[in-house]
Design a binder for this molecule. Structure first.
Ligand SMILES: [Zn+2]
Length: 621
C-alpha cells in the first residue's frame, strides 16, 4: 500500500493556499474557480488581433463571494454576460482597473447571484505580450502570414480573460476561424488531416493551467514521425525537421518506461519561425520549438526531450505559483538528462549536464541571495525571471544528488510515484517536500539528512558535496584550451575535428571572457566559426570574438542576430556589442532592422540591455 494521506489532502485544498502564494495573479480561486473555458476566436491578421468570446464555467467556493476577478492585459472588453442553464444571457456589471505594468488589468465582474457561466466578448491588442503576428516576409517560406502565442509565464491574460495562475486548472474547447489555406493548431489534440477550410475545432479534455493555453496559425505542413507523433512546420522546413526529430516516438517510449504512460494521447511538434523567443514550449499535445535546434545531426534535440519530459513534470504535476518554478523546470531538466542518457548515451548526457552546471557555478555567486534559492521568497520575483538557471540547473542537480544518495532504483520509484500521486494537480514546494520526506528520505534512513534537503531547497549557492559527472573528453578539452592560451598549441593543432556541438560549446564557454585579438583570429582561421549555422556555437563564438575586438566578425554576428529571435542565442551577442560605444552604436543599427522580426519579449529584453549599457557608458564618461 502506498502512503499518501497528508499529500492527497494537501493537493485537494490547494487553491486556498495557492492564492496567497501567487503574487502574479489577481484571481481569487478561494472564492470561485474556472473549471472549463469555451473559446470562440477569429484570427484577424490585417489588424494583428483576436476577436474573442470566452465562456468560463465556474465553481463557486465561497457562498458569499460577490464577484469573479480575472486577469487581463490590454484587452478591450466589449461585453460581459451571465449565461444560465438554458443559454439565456444577462449583462453583468464589471470594472477594468488601470493597468499594472507587470500584472496587467484586474477585471472585476459583479456576480453575487453566482451564475454557472460567464461570457466575455473582447478584442486583443496588436501588441499583446503573449501573441506574435508575423508578416509573410518574416517566415521561412515568405508566402503567408504566421501567428503564435507564448503564454508562459503570465501572458495568457493578454489573449484570454481568465484566472492566470498556474494553481487553477481547467479543460477547454475552442472554435477558431482563420483565413482559408492556413492551418490552426492548439495545445490540444490536433488532426493532421484537418481540411484547411478556415474553420477549426479543438478539445482539451485534461485540466491544464492557463500558461499552457496555446495557439498558432500559418502555412503549416505535417509529416508523421511515429504512430502518435508528427512534425508541423512550414513546407520548406518540414523535411529537415522530420529527420532531426525522427527519434520522437523512441523518446516517448523511453519516458514511459521510466515514469509511466504518456497520458495526453498524441505528442506533436510545431517548428516555429526563427523569431520564437525560447528553445521550446511544452504546450500540451503540441510542443512549440525553435528552428535553431535543427542542425542536421540531432545534437540539440535535448530541447525536445525537455519539452516531452514536461508531459510529466509540469503539465501533469504543475508548480502552484512561479516561485515554485523549479518543480517544473528542475524536474524536467533532470528527466531530460535521463532521456538523453537512454537515447544518446552517457557521454552526451554527462556533457550536457557539465555544460549547465559549469555555467551555473560561474553565475550563481553573483546573483542576489534570494535568487540563488530553489524556493525563493516570492516577493520581488518577476514571473518571467522566476524561471532562471537556478530553477533548471540547481533544481535538476538536487534531484541528481538524491539519485546518487538513494540509488537509481529507489529514486526512480519515488519519482514515478510522485508523478502519480500529484497527477493533474498544481503543488507548492512545501507539498513536494511533504511527499519527499515519508516516501524517500525517511523510508531509507541514513542516506540523506533532512537538513541537507533544506539546504538544497532554501539555501544559497550550491552544496559543496553536489555530485559532478566525469567527462574525460571535457578534461582533454580543458588541457587543449590551456595549451592554446599558453601559446604552446597552435589553433590548427587543436584536436577539434570530431568535436560535437557540446564539445565546441564547452571549449568556447571556458575561453577567457575577452581573448586576445590574435587568439580569436587564429581560432577562426583554423576552424571557420564565423558564419556557422549552428547557433549555439555561433552565439558563443561571436561573444568572444567581439570581446577580442575582431571587427571582421561583425557582419556575420549581425546576420546571426537578425536571423535568430531566440532570446538565449541572440541577447548575449547584443551584450558583447554593448560593452563599447562603437559596438553599441552598431548593435543599435542591427536592432533597428531586426526588430520587426522579434517577439515582443525579445524586443523588451534588447531595449532593456541598450538602456543599461547607455547608462553605464554615460556614468563612465
Ligand atoms: Zn522547461
Amino acid at each position: 500500500m502506498r502512503l499518501l494521506p497528508a499529500l492527497a489532502l494537501g493537493a485537494l485544498v490547494l487553491p486556498l493556499a495557492a492564492h496567497a502564494n501567487d503574487p502574479h495573479s489577481y484571481a481569487q480561486p478561494e472564492q470561485v474557480v474556472v473549471t472549463h473555458l469555451g473559446l470562440d476566436l477569429k484570427l484577424d491578421f490585417p489588424h494583428r488581433q483576436l476577436d474573442g468570446v470566452a465562456t468560463l464555467k465556474l465553481d463557486w467556493k465561497n457562498p458569499k463571494a460577490p464577484a469573479l476577478v480575472l486577469d487581463t492585459r490590454e484587452l478591450k472588453i466589449a461585453s460581459v454576460d451571465a449565461v444560465d442553464a438554458n443559454g439565456k444571457t444577462r449583462a453583468l456589471k464589471y470594472a477594468l482597473a488601470p493597468a499594472d505594468k507587470e500584472l496587467g488589468s484586474k477585471l472585476t465582474i459583479e456576480a453575487p447571484q453566482h451564475p454557472a457561466q460567464v461570457r466575455i466578448a473582447y478584442v486583443t491588442s496588436p501588441d499583446a505580450s503573449g501573441l506574435q503576428w508575423l508578416p509573410p516576409a518574416q517566415t521561412a517560406d515568405k508566402q503567408a502570414p504566421f501567428m503564435f502565442s507564448q503564454s508562459e509565464s503570465i501572458h495568457a491574460r493578454s489573449w484570454v480573460p481568465l484566472q492566470d495562475s498556474p494553481a487553477v486548472r481547467f479543460t477547454y474547447d475552442a472554435h477558431v476561424t482563420a483565413p482559408k489555406n492556413l492551418r490552426v493548431v492548439m495545445s490540444a489534440p490536433n488532426d493532421a488531416k484537418h481540411p484547411l477550410d478556415g474553420d477549426f475545432h479543438f478539445d482539451q479534455p485534461h485540466p491544464i493551467p492557463s500558461y499552457l493555453l496555446a495557439i498558432a496559425a500559418g502555412d503549416i505542413a505535417v509529416k508523421e514521425t511515429g504512430p502518435r507523433s508528427a512534425v508541423y512546420a512550414e513546407p520548406s522546413v518540414v523535411d529537415g525537421a522530420t529527420r532531426e526529430f525522427a527519434d520522437t516516438e523512441k523518446m516517448i517510449a523511453t519516458a514511459e518506461s521510466l515514469y509511466g504512460p504518456y497520458r495526453w494521447g498524441r505528442y506533436d511538434l510545431l517548428v516555429l519561425p526563427p523569431s520564437f523567443p525560447y528553445g521550446g514550449m511544452e504546450n500540451p499535445n503540441m510542443t512549440f520549438a525553435t528552428p535553431t535546434i535543427i542542425v542536421g545531426d540531432k545534437s540539440l534535440v535535448s530541447v525536445i526531450s525537455h519539452e516531452l519530459a514536461h508531459s510529466w513534470s509540469g503539465n501533469l504535476v504543475t508548480n502552484a505559483a512561479w516561485r515554485d518554478g523549479w518543480l517544473n523546470e528542475g524536474f524536467t531538466t533532470y528527466v531530460q538528462g535521463r532521456l538523453t542518457e537512454a537515447l544518446y548515451g552517457q557521454r552526451q548526457a554527462d556533457e550536457e549536464t557539465l555544460l549547465a552546471i559549469r555555467a551555473l557555478q560561474k553565475k550563481i555567486g553573483q546573483m542576489p541571495a534570494n535568487a540563488q534559492k530553489l524556493a525563493p521568497d516570492p516577493r520581488g520575483v518577476d514571473a518571467d525571471d522566476a524561471l532562471s538557471d537556478v530553477a533548471y540547473d540547481k533544481g535538476s542537480w538536487f534531484l541528481r544528488a538524491l539519485e546518487q544518495r538513494f540509488g537509481r532504483k529507489d529514486f526512480d520509484s519515488w519519482l514515478k510515484g510522485y508523478f502519480d500521486r500529484h497527477a493533474w494537480h498544481s503543488i507548492t514546494t512545501e507539498q513536494m517536500l511533504a511527499d519527499l520526506k515519508p516516501n524517500l528520505i525517511d523510508k531509507y534512513p541514513g542516506k540523506m539528512r533532512w537538513d541537507e534537503v533544506q539546504v538544497w531547497v532554501y539555501g544559497t549557492g550550491i552544496p559543496k558535496d553536489a555530485p559532478t559527472p566525469d567527462s574525460p573528453r571535457f578534461d582533454a578539452i580543458d588541457k587543449q584550451r590551456a595549451a592554446f592560451l599558453a601559446g604552446t598549441l597552435p589553433a590548427a593543432k587543436l584536436d577539434a575535428k570530431d568535436w560535437n556541438t557540446q564539445e565546441w560549446m564547452y571549449f568556447l564557454d571556458r575561453l577567457p571572457d575577452a581573448p586576445t585579438l590574435a587568439q580569436a583570429q587564429a581560432i577562426d582561421a583554423a576552424w571557420h566559426l564565423t558564419g556557422t549555422h549552428n547557433a549555439e556555437i555561433g552565439m558563443r563564438w561571436y561573444v568572444h570574438a567581439i570581446a577580442a575586438g575582431d571587427k571582421a566578425v561583425w557582419p556575420a554576428a549581425a546576420e546571426h542576430m537578425t536571423r535568430i529571435g531566440r532570446l538565449y542565442l541572440t541577447l548575449p551577442v547584443y551584450g558583447a556589442f554593448a560593452k563599447t560605444p562603437a559596438g553599441l552604436a552598431y548593435a543599435e543599427q542591427v536592432y533597428a532592422k531586426a526588430k520587426d522580426g522579434y517577439h515582443p519579449l525579445t524586443q523588451q529584453a534588447v531595449e532593456r540591455l541598450f538602456a543599461k549599457a547607455k547608462a553605464k557608458q554615460a556614468a563612465a564618461r
